[in-house]
Design a protein around this ligand. Structure first.
Ligand code: TYD
Length: 795
């Protein structure tokens, strides 16, 4: 069996479980038609907004270079870019400080403003602004930059307005029975999913906008070769596409119906910002690492934002134009989105804390390289790498923060993180171009070596260089593998080495799992009998309590007098029983080639101590993996039963775990089901509500395909094969003999035939000769008679 086929116990971690259910919740939202409509408007409008910003950056650059209001040349251009991002940030602050209050009361329940028309109005305004944006350079060449900055400011405030109107509208579209006279209160996870969807959409809008800009620029260049106007207004087409996207958003919104007055309190997107880190901020987490983790995530995000902000300058430095700019933005932001999405699968066996440090370092190195390398194609690939590493760092950092925080505090910590990230992103976007302006263009010559770079390239190198000590600091302060060389960890992670997790090479290990009262013992016996009848050595065993030590552990674990046993101690005692069990019973049996059937195994711990108690299933699985040196069953049969039904089957007094409340057993059940769902090839889930015989039949059917052959079976098969061969040989001989006989007869027949033919020929020949002879005699007779006649006549 190759590594890839080997089932492992690691698959469903607590993170994956949570991520899966979140993913489902987000998808479920999109099945609600009005929400889907609102969401498409957000997506289209969001792409429009991001595209507008990119286009306005390009236009500002053009205007700045033409009018020289910030001073001419490189510095002027860099200042113009900084001014665009500054205007955008100012608009957000202005919105939060001035517009948000009145807006909330106007669009709130009973408010005078209709949210849908507000959104349509904002889209209309943005549309109009973008239609005229490329024309300012023609109309007022010396005030064009000012007009573009005003456009940035107004569209920025408009975007906030739109987002707040949307956020206040969306919850009303969620399903949920309206309570009497009260505002609708959607389920918290619905709201969470909504926030996630919204965040994800605005996140994807930037790379999507970069793609649109790229296409628009290429088309614009084509048009430019024919039309003078387009070759001068390189960004114009992008601007019109953005306007088109806003009109698409308008038409989507126009057909959307909002239910009236089902409005919960609107959530301001600035809530995080207005809540400072002090006081209500999150605590320092379990190991005190939260502030550091937040700082790392934010600095990586800030560095990428700064890199994106200077990328327009860098694109021109590389000798490119809007298309190169679009590609750099696409690499940086698309890479980040990709990194966030796939971070879970990056070096899954490496400590997440080490991965965070590593990804931060890679981001730094990539930014450093991006500044150094003067080649466009390489630069774009490096930008993608930088973005990807940053995405991995951000996601890993976030996961670690979640792990540090109590579940009920996680939402608040996330909000706090997002607020800090937002501040650093804003800071980076303005500081990047300012730094580029301050540095300016430089040309270093050392012998033959010429090093000519713009301020943007130096800024990128500086950003990269700054991330390296950050990465080193994270590693030093949060490392959870102190003493193990990073290089070794990394090498093993790259090889994908999970400490030898897999089923045994010999024998067959079958585990039966399920809640209390699922009927495991009955099945274990029935299956054991059946497998024995096939001629296997069967070892029936159980957890806890299959060994002498295990028995003592079992009595501690199940005795009602152990009430109050701490969760962690309980988990470790089960693991201890398991370690002893595997070492002294299971492995030796498997090595002999026996079939081991265990009543309960690792999954019981993951379900009872993980899902049932409040311990992390990942941790529980990890402890068991260590305890068993990674031995996993070839097949785990899950007897799934409703805990209430199972309870009716209890005949004896319930033990300590059976006495747990119903919710505990519900959690255990779903814990089991989640494990099974993650690895269908290694699990068989059977409805344990059926008759025991039907259950056994289902399991036998699956085992028939999986069980190795017993010696008796191999012997029987061997015997059958020998018989079949014998039979075949006999048949072949018979056949050969028959063939030979047939051939002989055929030969005889042919000879006979030849003889007959020859005789016939001879007879014909004889007759012919006879006829000739008679003819000759007749002719001789005639001649004799004629001669006789002549003689008589002469006489
Ligand atoms: P079991 O032997 O199936 O109980 P019974 O003899 O009453 O049928 O299992 C004993 C209890 O131990 C059961 O309630 C489940 C629990 N348990 C865990 O909580 N974690 C574990 O890892 C294992 C193996 C069992």
């Amino acid at each position: 069996m190759t590594r890839a086929e080997q089932p492992t116990v690691v698959s469903p971690t607590s993170d994956t479980l949570a991520a899966d259910s979140r993913e489902r919740a987000v998808r479920a939202l999109l099945r609600i038609p009005p929400l889907k409509r609102l969401w498409s408007a957000q997506l289209v409008g969001g792409i429009g907004d991001a595209l507008a910003l990119l286009v306005l950056v390009l236009l500002s650059l053009q205007a700045a270079v033409l009018e020289g209001s910030f001073g001419t040349g490189y510095r002027g251009a860099a200042f113009a870019v900084a001014a665009v991002f500054g205007a955008r940030i100012l608009s957000t602050l202005f919105f939060g400080a001035v517009l948000l209050g009145p807006l909330t009361s106007l669009t709130g329940p009973g408010g005078k403003l209709d949210r849908r028309w507000l959104m349509i109005g904002v889209d209309g305004l943005r549309l109009a602004l973008l239609v005229v944006a490329p024309l300012w350079i023609d109309w007022t060449p010396d005030k064009a930059l000012m007009m573009i900055l005003i456009t940035v400011f107004v569209t920025g405030a408009g975007e906030r307005l739109w987002a707040v109107a949307k956020d206040s509208a969306a919850p009303a579209l969620l399903p949920g029975p309206p309570l009497e006279g009260a505002a609708v209160r959607p389920l918290p996870d619905h709201l969470d999913a909504l926030r996630r969807l919204s965040l994800r959409t605005s996140f994807l809008a930037v790379p999507a906008a970069a793609v649109v800009l790229l296409v628009a620029t290429l088309v614009g260049n084509l048009l430019g070769s024919g039309l003078e106007w387009f070759s001068f207004h390189q960004a114009a087409l992008g601007s019109y596409v953005a306007a088109g996207l806003f009109s698409a958003s308008i038409s989507t919104l126009y057909f959307l119906e909002f239910p009236a007055d089902r409005t919960p309190r609107p959530r301001s997107p600035l809530e995080g910002l207005r809540r400072p880190a002090t006081g209500t901020g999150p605590d320092k987490g379990r190991t005190g690492a939260v502030p550091l983790l937040v700082a790392v995530c934010a600095s990586v995000a800030g560095a990428i934002a700064a890199a994106a902000a200077v990328s327009v300058l860098h694109a021109y430095d590389l000798g490119g134009g809007p298309a190169t700019f679009a590609l750099l933005i696409l690499g940086l932001t698309g890479g980040t989105a990709l990194g966030i999405r796939t971070a879970r699968h990056v070096l899954p066996t490496l400590s997440r804390r080490r991965l965070l440090a590593l990804a931060t370092a890679v981001t730094g190195l990539a930014l450093l390289a991006l500044g150094l390398v003067p080649d466009t194609a390489t630069g774009i690939a490096i930008a993608l790498l930088a973005g990807y590493a940053a995405g991995v760092a951000a996601n890993t950092g976030h996961t670690l923060i979640d792990q540090e925080t109590e579940a009920f505090r996680q939402a608040r910590t996330t909000e706090h993180l997002q607020a800090v990230v937002r501040v650093l992103v804003a800071l980076g976007a303005v500081a990047g171009p300012l730094l580029a302006a301050a540095i300016g263009r430089h040309r270093l010559v050392a012998g033959d070596f010429v090093f000519a770079h713009g301020g943007a390239a130096f800024t990128l190198m500086l950003l990269g260089a700054l991330l390296l000590p950050v990465a080193a600091f994270v590693l030093a302060r949060t490392d959870d593998r102190a003493g193990v060389p990073l290089r070794r960890d990394l090498r093993e992670a790259l090889r994908g080495d999970e400490p030898a997790v897999g089923p045994a090479a010999t024998g067959f290990f079958l585990a039966l799992e399920g809640g209390d009262g699922a009927g495991k013992s009955t099945q274990v016996e029935a299956l054991a009998d059946w497998i024995r009848s096939k001629g296997h050595e069967v070892v029936v065993t159980r957890e806890p309590g299959a060994t002498p030590i295990g028995k003592r552990l079992r009595s501690i674990l199940l005795d009602v007098s152990s009430a109050g046993l701490s969760n962690r101690a309980e988990a470790l005692l089960y693991a201890a029983d398991r370690a002893e069990h595997v070492d002294s019973v299971v492995r030796p049996a498997l090595e002999r080639g026996a079939i081991v059937i265990s009543d309960r195994y690792i999954d019981s711990s993951v379900a009872y101590q993980g899902a049932g108690r409040d311990l992390a299933p990942t941790e529980i699985a990890r402890i068991s993996r260590w305890a068993t040196s990674g031995l996993v069953p070839h097949l785990t049969v899950l007897l799934d039963v409703d805990p209430a039904t199972a309870r009716e089957r209890f005949t004896e007094a319930p033990d300590r775990l059976e006495s747990e409340p119903a919710e505990f057993h519900e959690r255990v059940r779903s814990g089991f089901l989640t494990l099974a769902a993650a690895d269908p090839t290694r699990y068989l889930v059977v409805d344990a509500g059926q008759e025991p015989e039907s259950i056994t039949t289902v399991v036998r059917h699956r085992l028939d395909q999986l069980l190795p052959l017993s010696e008796a079976e191999i012997e029987a098969i061997e015997e059958a094969r020998r018989k079949a061969e014998e039979e075949a040989r006999r048949k072949a001989e018979e056949e050969a003999a028959r063939k030979a006989e047939e051939e002989r007869l055929e030969k005889e027949r042919q000879e006979q035939l030849a003889r007959l033919r020859a005789e016939e020929e001879e007879r014909k020949q004889r007759e012919l000769e006879e006829a000739r002879r008679r003819e000759a005699e007749r002719q001789a007779e005639e001649a004799r008679q004629r001669a006789e006649e002549a003689r008589r006549r002469a006489e």
